[in-house]
Ligand binder design. Structure first.
Ligand SMILES: [Zn+2]
Length: 201
């Protein structure tokens, strides 16, 4: 979505009245797109306890393992299907992997990390964002429930239960599954295919 900003940047230099409205509407559209993109793929900013922020900074210095454990209890690598890049509504592409499992199956953190956001969003429903090693962010969506007692700012271990598989958000009415996304360097940038990290785990 940031590409839209770059391609439209020259417009700010045209100050004629005739083009002013065009420019304004274009910028409003861009702002809208950025907000939409933000809803879909970035942890919403909320001040974290200073201790949690310090731990996130410390995690940045640890490399992200090349293999991560499958974040759904009991699911084996051969059961995974690579759903990266599949078409989604409104021209979106699937930025993650859908791991099918029965409702209520335990969702496990794929990494050590800090819980940075647990607020619902329209697409993901009940979600958890975890800041992990090397500035990575891990997105767990369509949860039926969060693990009771889990809070923003909490430190989680690899393999720790963080929630339960469901079909909240835009998965409503469909088969329960975990949507798992990995974003390198965080903030919705650099989505990478989680299948490549999980398939040999
Ligand atoms: Zn998905």
């Amino acid at each position: 979505m940031k590409d839209h900003v770059l391609t439209a940047t020259p417009a700010i230099y045209s100050f004629t009245k005739a083009s002013f409205l065009t420019t304004l509407s274009r910028w409003l559209m861009i702002a809208g797109l950025i907000i939409l993109a933000g809803c879909a793929s970035t942890p919403k900013k909320k001040p974290l306890p200073p201790a949690a922020q310090a731990q996130i900074n410390e995690l940045r210095t640890i490399p992200l393992p090349e293999r991560l454990p499958i974040p759904v209890k009991g699911i084996k690598a051969y059961q995974l299907k690579d759903t990266w890049g599949a078409a989604r509504s409104q021209g979106r592409r699937h930025e993650g992997i859908d791991i099918m499992a029965e409702r209520g199956t335990k969702v496990l953190s794929a990494t050590t990390g800090i819980v940075v956001d647990m607020r619902n969003n329209n697409l993901g429903g009940k979600v958890i964002w975890i800041a992990g090693p090397a500035g990575s962010y891990h997105y767990y969506a369509h949860l039926d429930k969060h693990k009771r007692g889990l809070n923003v700012g909490d430190r989680v271990k690899k393999g720790q239960v963080i929630g339960y598989v469901g079909n909240t958000g835009n998965a409503r009415g469909g088969s329960p599954h975990l949507h798992y996304g990995i974003y390198l360097s965080g903030k919705g940038r650099g989505a990478v295919n989680p299948f490549l990290y999980l398939f040999r785990s």
